[in-house]
Write a protein that binds this ligand. Structure first.
Ligand code: ARG
Length: 510
């Protein structure tokens, strides 16, 4: 109904029948009376009767259209930082990262559409012992050529191989430790190799995110807050929050202060941990971006981590941690492609596209299109998203290509299918067509050929049959039914008038 209304308003506007501003409701009856074509007038009234969302109705394609502003009046709009996706360099992009990516994107889009200022951040796993293995491993098994050709694949291979070999090779193990030490001491060569890995990974990811229609304002990562992480430890110490337990630095989180529940923030060798870097990152983000709220999107296995993070921030006196939130989600089982396990985000997207292309080529209703691959990709992705978003985020679910790609049933394919039908048939075709009655008469008047009018009437009949199915009168609420009846009466008048011009007498029964 909303789309109908939007289209009508737009058509009135492009036909010069609707002033660009002013009270639509007030002028509706007037306009209807002025409208030159029966159907446009009836259709417009129909839309007025059937939609309660007159204001703000916006322009066609306006993303604010249909938002009832009163509902959102008391939202405290501010700056929201959403951190999502956050894959680890040289490691698998698993189903959890995919979920984080699409859920985080949803949250960011949602907030943005409600008028928040949104900062989209990707927090890469770009630090830790894995870079010792990767850096040293690259010297052993790496190849610059292959790194350029297929960066993510190659880094992953090197990492996996090095990991395996180092298990029973003390030399390699030491090489890895040594490389990480060089990194931590900021030695040029090590740092520049690490930087190359990071850059190349970000570039690759950006390409794949683009396929999902996703972008990030900031690519941050664990490596960005190393100095600050050390400062956080000092701060904890000066605030009396840092305790030692078996050589490591811990924060006591137990309610009774008896160390029955602690969080380790410093290793015995003086290096920081995942949580220490998260503490530093959070404090740094607050200072840099002045967010009003911050949302982390990861799987639920990290819930505890984030609860500890917020608790420590509060203990340090950062009351804004109250407005930090972890959005946890469940596990996905059985995400596989035809060739096996999913290692990279690209694999899932390729598979979705390939399967959708197959389905499209088998379907009788598939239309000719300019770029079937692109359509298959978009529809395939919507299938992934709808499957993922249907249940509560916290629930685990089983990944099922066949079910999610069904054209009927509650799938993303069904959403897309309905949208294309609405775009193509009911709205654009039907309305634009019906409104061309006067043009057709004009055309016939120019060359005195009846074919323009006959063909117009025949096509009108097909469209009416279609509209009958889409806009049933029987069984609809009274006001809707009434408006629809008027619409069909309008169509009936046009048909009858046209027939009479042709010399045909319309009959009422047959
Ligand atoms: N890179 C992490 C992982 O793959 C997720 C990071 C989540 N965000 C954070 N601020 N800790 O598990």
């Amino acid at each position: 109904k909303t789309a109908d209304f939007k289209l009508s308003v737009n058509m009135l506007r492009t036909n010069g029948l609707l002033p660009s501003s002013g009270d639509i409701k007030l002028q509706a009856e007037n306009l209807a009376a002025q409208a030159t074509t029966h159907l446009i007038c009836w259709h417009f009234l129909f839309c007025l009767y059937t939609t309660k969302m007159l204001e703000p109705f916006g322009k066609q394609g306006d993303e604010k259209f249909g938002l009832n502003s009163e509902l959102f009046n008391n939202l405290k709009r501010g700056t929201t930082l959403v951190e999502y996706s956050s894959p680890n360099i040289a490691k698998k992009f698993h189903a959890g990262h995919l979920r984080s990516t699409i859920i985080g994107n949803f949250i960011a889009n949602l907030k943005q559409s409600l008028g928040y200022n949104v900062i989209r951040m990707n927090y890469l796993g770009d630090w830790g012992m894995q870079f010792g293995l990767l850096g040293a491993g690259f010297g052993q098994f790496g190849c610059q050529e292959r790194l350029k050709q297929n960066p993510l694949q190659h880094l992953f291979e090197v990492y996996v191989q090095m990991n395996k070999e180092a298990e029973h090779n003390e030399n390699l193990k030491h090489a890895a430790q040594d490389f990480f030490r060089q990194l931590e001491q900021q030695e040029c060569q090590a740092v520049s190799l690490w930087q190359q890995f990071r850059e190349i990974t970000v570039n690759e990811y950006q390409q794949v995110y683009k396929r999902l229609g996703i972008h990030f304002d900031i690519y941050s990562g664990e490596s960005c807050h190393l100095d600050q992480a050390q400062k956080v430890v000092q701060q904890l110490q000066s605030q009396g929050l840092l305790k030692t337990s078996e050589g490591t630095g811990v924060v006591d989180l137990s309610p009774d202060g008896d160390m029955s529940s602690v969080c380790t923030v410093l290793r015995s060798n003086g290096t920081t941990l995942y949580i220490t870097r998260d503490l530093a990152a959070a404090i740094d983000r607050k200072l840099t971006y002045h967010f009003d709220e911050m949302i982390y999107v990861t799987d639920k296995s990290q819930s505890n981590h984030f609860q500890q993070l917020f608790q420590i921030l509060l203990a340090m006196g950062h009351s804004w941690a109250e407005r930090c939130q972890h959005v946890p989600f469940g596990l996905v089982q059985g995400m596989k492609t035809r060739t096996g396990e999913v290692v990279f985000l690209e694999d899932v997207l390729d598979e979705a596209r390939a399967r959708m292309l197959d389905n499209m080529s088998q379907s009788k209703t598939t239309k000719e299109m300019d770029d079937p691959e692109d359509t298959a990709e978009k529809v395939g992705i919507s299938a992934l998203i709808v499957q993922d978003f249907k249940g509560p985020l916290q629930s685990d679910y089983k990944f099922d290509w066949d079910r999610m790609l069904q054209a009927q049933g509650d799938t993303g394919v069904f959403l897309q299918y309905t949208h294309t039908r609405l775009c193509r048939s009911v709205l654009t075709n039907y309305l634009r067509f019906v409104c061309s009655y006067d043009e057709v008469l004009y055309q016939s008047a120019q060359d005195l050929q009846p074919k323009h009018l006959v063909n117009f009437l025949l096509k009108l009949c097909h469209l009416i049959a279609f509209a009958h199915r889409q806009l049933p009168v029987k069984g609809s609420p009274q006001d809707v039914a009434q408006a629809r009846l008027r619409l069909f009466n309008g169509a009936c008048s046009v048909l009858a008038n046209g027939m009479r011009i042709l010399g045909i007498t319309p009959v009422d029964k047959m």
